[in-house]
Every structure is written in structure tokens, then in C-alpha cells.
Design a protein around this ligand. Structure first.
Ligand SMILES: [Zn+2]
Length: 349
């Protein structure tokens, strides 16, 4: 991916090092192709419990998943390999090097997923170390390497790791500010608290802000009171998938979510699916506030501060007015035909 950035920088003078409010610019109707190798390794002391056929089924699900969330702008091409390693490493780095040389991916491979992680049964501490590095990214040359321990091979986890490796997605966290939706102080983030996003604890699409940064959709900036139309994040017909409300230091991102496609599986923190008429999610989307947004993440706000609620709720339902004096804005929406919503934004003076 670094290599890709360099090429983009050289050719377009527009690269991945630009501030994050500049998205990747993809030509109209272009498709991003990524080559990924899934390598089944027979380590010296381990026996394999999976077959290539099982890997193919998982890869096909990941392929479909990215096609849907990118509005068919991403095409993942998988290749499969069986490899044998005659030695065992004693550290994670040695294991990665061994996996890389055993699987021997071609130079244009964007990601190497190897399975299983080598298990050194004689050293439990080492095993714990290897397990805990599962979700971390490792790079050898330009290839992102994802190691999958025995028993943890599933399409959603691999799709998540590829989100980090191929698209630089961070975890879209939730922001908790005590009894307030937002405050300048006393907020904490929860890394896996967002049930609406597969880069957090969810199963569904990635948020509108990340899709915008990846170049898959557009965001409209709103600076005046008014009604604005956006389409449901899950639909591919219309391009504008979010509103960005540059609210002084804390710009907000709004997106409209409906139970369509992958998002039919979403179950929120209150164990509820997305309402049929959809809901609006409000996040801090900008990177200026380093205190709350050091990792350039999307920060989902807890918009329902109802003390009766059993669980935190982030979903603004149709005709529910969300007002917050700290953020200086109120927001509500009506659902329209064709999976669109008319969002009313009012700023406080
Ligand atoms: Zn992650």
C-alpha cells in the first residue's frame, strides 16, 4: 500500500499523506483491484485441520462483502497456496519471516493471510504472545501480513484485518462523556463499542466517513440551517452518503442507516435491529481534535441519553429530534422514497 501511495503521489501529486479530509480520488467507474494470497501452512510440529476448500468458501464471502460495502468499487482477487515449513521460529518476527518465505507471495500481492499461526506447544508464554498479536498488522516489504491462529478463521475477522491493511481503516470507536453526549473534558472512547460497523464490534457496512476517505462515496458539507437529502449508506445508487457539519472544533458526520443487505444483520447494543424506516447516526468525524481523535477514527456519539434506557443507544429514529447545546445543533429526519432521508439541521445561534 505504501508503494501505491508513492505512485499516487508521483503521478497525481495527491497522496495518502494528505490530511484525512482529502479523500482518495478515484476516477468515475474505476475498480480497485487487490491481490491476496491465502496460505495454508503445514508447520513442522502441527497438523492441519482445514482444507483449501474451506479457505475458498471464506474468501468468496470476503469478496462479496467488499463488493457490497464499496458499491462494487473493490475487487479482491484471492489465490490459494499450500506451504510447508521445516523449521519453527521462536519469536513472532521469525515466524512471520518463515511464513513469508514458505508462502512466497508474488511482488504484486497486497496481503498475505497465513493459517494457522505456528503454535509452539513447549512454550506457553510464547503461545500467548502469538495469540495476542493476531489482530495486529505486520508488514514485510509491501505485503500486509495477517496471521490467523487455529480456530479463529472466519470471514468477518479477516475482512476486518483487510480493512486495516488495504484501506487504512481504524476502529470507529464510541465516545462516552458521562451524562452528556459530548463535552470538552471527561470523555472516554470504547474501541469495540460500535455495533454498526464491521471495523468495530458490528457486522455491517463501514461508516460514511471511512467510505468517503476510501473514495467510494461522497459527503456533503452543511454550514446553514436547512433540509438536506442523503441516501441510505447501504444503497449504491446515489453518491452522497453523509453530511458533514463543521461544528466549530468538532465537526459532526451524519449517516442514514437502513436494514438493507449486510446491514440486515445489525443488532444494536439494545439487541434491536435497525428500524425499518432507518436511523441516523451522529459521529465526530474530523481529526482536528487530537485529544479525542488521535487515531483518525470516526467517533460515534451516544445520542439517546434517556436514563430509562437499558443500554446506550446511538440511533436517532424518524421524527425524533436530537438537540445538544454543547454541540450547538439539532437534527431530525423524515424517511423518503428510494431509501433516502431528508435531514433537518438547525444550528444554535
Ligand atoms: Zn482491528
Amino acid at each position: 500500500m505504501k508503494f501505491k501511495c508513492l505512485i499516487i503521489l508521483l503521478i497525481l501529486s495527491l497522496g495518502c499523506l494528505q490530511p484525512l479530509d482529502n479523500p482518495q480520488t478515484l476516477p468515475e467507474n474505476s475498480i480497485q483491484n487487490f491481490k491476496i494470497q491465502i496460505c495454508l501452512i503445514n508447520w513442522k510440529e502441527n497438523s492441519l485441520n482445514k482444507t483449501t476448500q474451506e479457505l475458498i468458501q471464506i474468501a468468496e464471502k470476503i469478496q462479496k462483502f467488499y463488493k457490497e460495502i464499496s458499491y462494487e468499487k473493490v475487487n479482491l482477487q484471492f489465490e490459494y497456496k499450500n506451504a510447508q515449513s521445516n523449521s519453527t521460529g521462536t519469536t513472532v518476527n521469525e515466524m512471520l519471516e518463515l511464513a513469508y518465505s514458505s508462502c512466497n507471495p508474488s511482488r504484486d500481492t497486497h496481503a498475505l493471510i497465513f493459517y494457522p499461526t505456528q503454535i509452539n506447544s513447549s512454550n506457553e508464554q510464547e503461545l500467548g504472545f502469538i495469540e495476542s498479536t493476531f489482530t495486529h498488522r505486520n508488514k514485510i516489504s509491501n505485503t500486509d501480513i495477517i496471521q490467523v491462529p487455529e480456530g479463529k478463521l472466519n470471514y468477518l475477522t479477516l475482512a476486518h484485518e483487510l480493512g486495516h491493511g488495504l484501506f487504512n481503516f481504524e476502529h470507529p470507536v464510541t465516545l462516552h462523556c458521562g451524562a452528556k453526549v459530548f463535552s470538552e473534558t471527561n470523555c472516554e472512547t470504547a474501541d469495540y463499542g460500535n455495533p454498526f460497523d464491521f471495523m468495530s464490534s458490528g457486522t455491517g457496512h463501514v461508516n460514511a466517513w471511512d467510505k468517503y476517505k476510501a473514495g467510494w462515496s461522497e459527503i456533503k458539507t452543511v454550514t446553514e440551517n436547512g433540509n438536506y437529502v442523503i441516501s441510505a449508506l447501504e444503497t449504491k445508487e446515489e453518491k452522497i452518503k453523509g453530511l458533514r457539519v463543521p461544528n466549530s472544533k468538532h465537526p459532526l458526520c451524519l449517516e442514514y442507516r437502513k436494514p438493507i443487505g449486510l446491514d440486515q444483520e445489525i443488532i444494536d447494543n439494545d439487541k434491536q435491529p435497525l428500524p425499518e424506516t432507518g436511523c441516523l447516526l451522529v459521529s465526530l468525524c474530523y481529526t482536528e481534535n487530537q485529544e479525542y481523535n488521535p487515531g483518525h477514527q470516526n467517533l460515534l456519539l451516544y445520542t439517546d441519553q434517556n436514563p430509562e434506557a437499558k443500554q446506550e443507544n446511538h440511533c436517532i429514529k424518524e421524527n425524533e429530534k436530537f438537540t445538544d447545546t454543547d454541540l450547538g445543533v439539532s437534527i431530525e429526519f423524515d424517511s423518503l422514497e428510494n431509501n433516502q432521508a431528508q435531514v433537518t439541521v438547525e444550528f444554535e445561534n
